[in-house]
Every structure is written in structure tokens, then in C-alpha cells.
Design a protein around this ligand. Sequence first.
Ligand code: MEV
Length: 310
Amino acid sequence: PGTGTGRATAKTILFGEHAVVYGRPAVAVPITAIPVTALARPVEGPASLRSALYHGRLDRIPERLRPTGAAVSAALDAVGRPSAGVAVEVRSEIPAERGLGSSAAVAAAIVTAVSAAFGRTLSPDERHELIQIAERAAHGRPSGLDARSVVATGPVWFEDGAATTLAVGGPMTFVLADTGVAGRTREAVAAVRALHEERPAHVDALLERLGGLAAQARVALGTGDAEAVGAAMTDAHAALNVLGVGDPALDHLVAAARTGGALGAKLTGGGRGGCIVAVARDADHADDLVAHLRAAGSPAAWSTHLEASR
Ligand code: MEV
């Protein structure tokens, strides 16, 4: 036993949020420029956590940070040391509640660090299961998309619980912009479930449409067709709004992206706040688009670039 370290990154869902909970495919991209790291060290005495959000004993962690506590406990269980003391320190650059995968990324870094501190290297599937324990504490029915995306090294196609690397046929630049309104994934997932119970045919048609757009986008990414990716995003945003996971602040930034020359834009992640993702024409345009979205009121915006994979 010694100090264990773990690392993960933010992610953005390009296509398939919510629909993925109902078995439809999704496309996501890790944002490697926005990392989270965790350090874990076995100690005498109780398990503790130090992060920007909390510093104290794990068994006194506030309710809203329960998923983080669950990640530590799950990793201790996995190494066969459920009641061991461990000091965990988390440093995250991922803004929380923005649909950027903060909860899954923090959990991924923690489970890797804690297991390493007790001399265990987790297999990708073991690690995934532990992240999912934390994600279940965050919102009832996580698809696993976030858990897979925050540890990926390139764009992923997610289907049936598994992620495969997606081929990219040409360079593509995406811009993310925060609405400044906290996203409410848990609430949005519950609202979709309620609507699905109430109007199954209506919701199934929307989910089918969102899954179809993910499939179209997979082809467009493979041929490097940024315009087609953008057009599919604009369609997906409309469908997500009908699904009830939109928000006026998201619509405002999607419209601003359009006037700023984006090829398309949509909400990303759980919705009801959080971020939008837009397709830029190229890397230079991405810089302009970031400035345009900031001027439209977004408190934070980033760009992320994909190179052709072949
Ligand atoms: C949240 O980032 C993505 C959702 O599809 C939920 C999930 O996949 O579990 C809304």
C-alpha cells in the first residue's frame, strides 16, 4: 500500500443523451483538456475526503455528495478492505452540474486511486462497475455512457453498455458553452421516465428519432462531414426539447451559436440547464464562436478538437 492516483476527464455527449437510458445508441467525446485527478493514501482512523466542495470524514459527507462517498466505499469493498481508513484528495477542473460528466469523472478518478492505494489495478470492466455504483447514487438509472466516456481517449460509440472507438474522417471542432444554470440530470431523467409512462408511444417515437440521429452522426463523423453532424445536432435539440429536458437558457445559447455561424448546436448531457455543444466550421471559427457565446452571456466556454483518425 502507498499513494494511489487516478485520473479522468470531462465528456460531452454529442448524440443520444436520455435515449441511451432506453437502449438507444449514443456518441460522446472525452474533453481531455478538462481533467480530474484523485490521490488516495491508506491511513489509521476513518476515511476522509478533501475536495473543493468538502473536507472531512466520509461518514459525515453531505447528502448531495453521496455519490462521491459511494465511489470511495465501492473501491474499498472491491479491494476487500471495507472498513479501512483512506485519505482521498480530489482536484477537479470540471464544473459540476453542467452535463460535463463531473460526477462520473470524479468517481472514476477516485475508484482508480483508492484501489491503487491498496495495491490493486482494476480492469476496465471492474472500474466501470464501481463508477456505476457511484452513478446510481447520483441518479437512479445511469446508462453507463458517462462512466465509459470519462475514461475514453477518443470519441466513443456507446451501445448495449459497451463503448467502441469511433472513426473520424476529418478534423472537427466543437464548442461547449455553459448556460450558468445548474443542470438537473436526476430530475430530467425522472421527468422522461414519468412522460414515458404517461405517453409511451409519443416518447418512444422521440427516443427512436434521437437514436436515429446518433446513427446518422456516426456516419457523418466517419466521413468528416461537419455540416451533417451540425444539422443532426439541431434536430436532436428540437427532439430533446419535446422530451421535456430543455431550458430557455439552453435555447438562448443554441440560438446564439446559430447567429455566430455554428453548423448546428444542441444541449448536451442531462439538460434543464448545463451546457450546449456546437459544431464550429474550423478551429479559427471555434475561437470566434467561444467569444460570441461569451458575449451572449455564457459564463464559460471551451473548444475541443477532433483530428481525423485515418
Ligand atoms: C447524462 O450525462 C446522460 C443521460 O443520458 C443519463 C444517462 O445516460 O445515464 C441523461
